[in-house]
Each structure stands twice: as C-alpha cells, then as structure tokens.
Ligand binder design. Structure first.
Ligand SMILES: [Zn+2]
Length: 186
C-alpha cells in the first residue's frame, strides 16, 4: 500500500490474525526495521494479513529512527466510512537481565508500554481495546484480559492489575467507580 519507499519490504503472512476481527501487531515485526533506522535513514515496508489466499488487511509503515514508527493505512475501504489513517507510534526500550535490548510500543491511545497493538482502526493496546469494545464487561471477562495483557507488556500480574485499576479510575463516572469496587478485591 501507498509508496512506502525503499528499504525493507516485510510481509507478515502468519495465519494468526484472528482475535475477534482485531488485527494484532507485535513489536517483534519491527525489530529489524527499527534497528536499521539510524543516521537519518528511514526504513519502510508494509505488513499484510492473510486468511488463506486472501489478503484481509495491509498497512504501510516507516521507522524514522529507532524510537519512532509511522503507520499509514486505509480503513473501511470502499465504504462510506473510508478513512485514511496516518500517525506516529513511539517506541521505548528496556534492557532485560538476560542481555540485549527489548522494544516496546507506547500505546498511541493511553501511552502505556505494550508489546502488541490491536487494530483494525487506530492501533492500541489490549487494555484500550478492552475499554473501548467491551462496554458491558463482567469482572470475569476483564480477568481474561489481564493475563495476556501482562504477558504482552512484560508486566507482573500485580502490575497489570494496577494498570487496569488505574484505567477504570474515573471520579466523574459513577458507573466506573462501581466497576472499580468490583475489582478492588483482586
Ligand atoms: Zn492503550
């Protein structure tokens, strides 16, 4: 999609792209691209999701430097809601005890560190999608979000639960505070 310039042309043909129609975008897909985007060099390409032979989605990307990605793609193509999205996602790094450097996205919606972003609209972390799409969630359903959220984001379970609790803390929203009470016995 869209002349994404020279450099890497990555293709993601994995069949693992079905999470309730959400597209997942792991940071590992960008490891090489980010590494190469040094000395003012922009490295770009595209990612394609397929189901069998069919391309279900594709996005263009560029790494402007090792800590900044640009994503650009069209959603709702061919419909009245067709929109072109083009935005930056910041990247941060940690140094794990076993050595090397680990990259993480900073969620474009909430700024949290995360290892996987979910589409198909604005890519955002699992927590943001939980809040945006599961408006009638039960504690049980939220629970099922926490373990994968913790794994993806390199958090302990305790840290992940704290992040969830903070996300639901909204003193102006009575519905939210009721929900918070339910989570307080974690
Ligand atoms: Zn988020």
């Amino acid at each position: 999609m869209g002349g994404s310039g020279s450099g890497n042309w990555l293709r993601w043909t994995s069949a693992r792209c079905r999470v309730e129609d959400k597209l997942n975008l792991p940071i590992s897909q960008f490891r090489e691209t980010l590494k190469q985007a040094v000395n003012g060099r922009t490295v770009g390409g595209s990612l394609t999701w397929r189901r069998g032979e069919n391309v279900t989605a594709s996005i263009g990307f560029e790494a402007l430097d090792p800590l900044r990605l640009r994503l650009h793609y069209t959603v709702g193509r061919g419909t009245a809601d067709e929109r072109r999205l083009d935005y930056f996602v910041n990247v941060t790094t940690t140094r794990p005890y076993y050595g090397g450097v680990r990259n993480w996205f900073l969620c474009p919606r909430c700024g949290r560190r995360c290892g996987v972003l979910y589409g198909p609209d604005l890519f955002a972390c699992r927590l943001c999608h939980g809040l945006a799409y599961e408006s009638s969630q039960t504690a049980h359903r939220m629970d099922s979000l926490i373990v994968p959220f913790a794994i993806e984001n390199g958090m302990t379970l305790r840290e992940a639960k704290r992040a969830f609790r903070e996300a639901f803390k909204d003193p102006y929203d009575r519905k939210r505070s009721r929900r918070r009470r339910r989570f307080s016995d974690w």
